[in-house]
Design a protein around this ligand. Structure first.
Ligand code: NDP
Length: 444
């Protein structure tokens, strides 16, 4: 049996009931097969893949908090410190009722390679809780965040583990968590990223994942002799990534016609009114059903469906496993030329394979959405030197990083005879650096 198959079997056996984690490990290891087979004896002897797929540390803890009626609630919380070979653990905190250990481990595992791809010194980690921020008052959010951080603060720090935002964790939550960390630990340090601009945040961090996604997509199109001008774009999600992906797409001369949230989706053939979406989602924290009051000629549909719309480019920016084989078929039939993932693992493996087999340019999230964590690492640099860089400076660095990731993934795929395959290229480019660092540091 090949080493890759052996480790995939082992991971499934040792981590029962973790389907998302299995999916991520399979996807990564399958695409690394060419590299692993070229060094099979060495890696097997070093148990490199066993070490890579087992987190260095996993923290599971309870978070008790009190609601506005005096009722006590208890949530489960997680921090998975997956791999610190190339730098302190870095990765977001997800607050969503679907959160479980499998989802946090899949995200943490993916984060190792993504962070390596950025070229910056950051290891892989991820955390979160099954707490649902929807419908909670500001005081309830603060109560949860403070209780969450009262425990987490024992295990993180500017040089050890630096969490950030993710689904359900935005500037408000990061602020409450930072305040609590500072209060308990007594240090003002860059322990979280995505902070407000008044206390150590970086310009462009809010926009970074969405903007970075478009910088990557533009470069990928360029390498294929195409461009963004006048392209029709379907986006899913209406959160941080989706909103700023839409903003940059419009700046590049494209037209965004769909967005969605967890209850439904909007179709606006004239082009989405982003100011309206920002007001609904960022200011009012309301549902997209309200969009029709701003744009009476738009359509609102319950449930999922953005991929049924005719588009040139599809950008899934909501959550994992939201673009299935049937959606991929519909996109291909409608003439879609590129799919770039803003979310983490939004496309199922079958859908990815179908898109690639039908000549659609496909950018995996660990490459195309790496702009968020890359800018987080730039925030860490600014915190360390106690300086703030200008918007233009950070934006230029972000663009440069995304263009480099695109080229590094392209080159790595070419080196192993998989030209044009960004999934293989991104995994190989990310893996090579982490593997070399792990080998150099001995058996730890
Ligand atoms: P947000 O919470 O800001 O937005 C998420 C959006 O997706 C919301 O519109 C939400 O709907 C929708 N959504 C979430 N879960 C589901 C679900 N189960 N079904 C349908 N819709 C859903 O999160 P972000 O924009 O920050 O993150 C989106 C994705 O991008 C995630 O996969 C995240 O891991 C990834 N990512 C984020 C980065 C960042 O910097 N923020 C960096 C790299 C990746 P509703 O409004 O109803 O809640």
């Amino acid at each position: 049996m090949s080493y890759v198959d052996e480790v995939i079997d082992l991971v499934v056996k040792k981590n029962p009931n973790e389907p998302e984690f299995h999916q991520a490990v399979k996807e990564v290891l399958e695409s690394l097969r060419v590299v692993i087979e070229a060094n099979e004896d060495k890696y097997r002897k070093e148990a490199l893949l066993e070490r890579l797929t087992e987190p260095e540390r996993q923290l599971l803890f309870r978070v008790p908090w009190v609601d506005d009626n005096g009722q006590v609630h208890v949530n489960k919380a997680y921090r998975v410190q997956f791999n610190s070979a190339i730098g302190p653990y870095k990765g977001g905190l997800r607050l969503h009722p679907s959160v479980n250990l499998s989802i946090i481990k899949f995200l943490g595992f993916e984060q190792i390679f993504k962070n390596s791809l950025t070229g910056l010194p950051i290891g892989g980690g991820k955390g979160g809780s099954d707490f649902d921020p929807k419908g909670k008052s500001d005081r309830e959010i603060m109560a949860f965040c403070q209780s969450f951080m009262a425990e987490l603060c024992k295990y993180i720090g500017a040089d050890t583990d630096v969490p950030a935002g993710d689904i359900g964790t935005g500037a408000r939550e990061i602020g409450y968590m930072f305040g609590q960390y500072k209060r308990i630990r007594g240090v003002f340090e860059g322990v979280l990223t995505g902070k407000g601009l008044t206390y150590g945040g970086s310009l462009v961090r809010t926009e970074a994942t969405g903007y970075g996604l478009l910088y990557f997509t533009e470069e990928m199109l360029k390498l294929a002799g195409k461009d963004m001008k006048d392209k029709v774009i379907a986006i899913s999600g209406a959160g941080n990534v989706a909103i700023y992906a839409a903003e940059k797409a419009v700046q590049m001369g494209a037209k965004v016609v769909t967005m969605s949230d967890s209850t439904g989706w909007i179709y606006d053939p004239e082009g989405i009114d982003l100011d309206a979406v920002k007001e609904i989602k960022e200011v009012k924290r309301a549902r997209l059903t309200e969009y029709k009051t701003y744009r009476p000629n738009s359509e609102y549909h319950e449930g999922a469906g953005v991929w049924s719309v005719k588009c040139d480019i599809a950008l899934p920016c909501a959550t994992q496993n939201e673009l299935h084989l049937e959606d991929a078929k519909q996109l291909v039939a409608n003439g879609c030329i590129a799919v770039a993932e803003g979310a983490n693992m939004p496309t199922t493996m079958e859908a990815t394979e179908y898109l690639q087999a039908n000549g659609v340019l496909f950018a995996p999230g660990k490459a195309s959405n790496a702009g968020g964590v890359a800018t987080s690492a730039l925030e860490m640099s600014q915190n360390s030197e106690r300086l703030s860089w200008s918007f233009e400076e950070v934006d230029a660095k972000l663009k440069n990083i995304m263009v480099n990731i695109c080229h590094n993934a392209t080159d790595a795929a070419k080196r192993y005879g998989c030209e044009g395959n960004y999934v293989v290229g991104a995994n190989i480019a990310g893996f090579e650096k982490v593997a070399a660092a792990m080998e150099a540091q001995g058996i730890v």
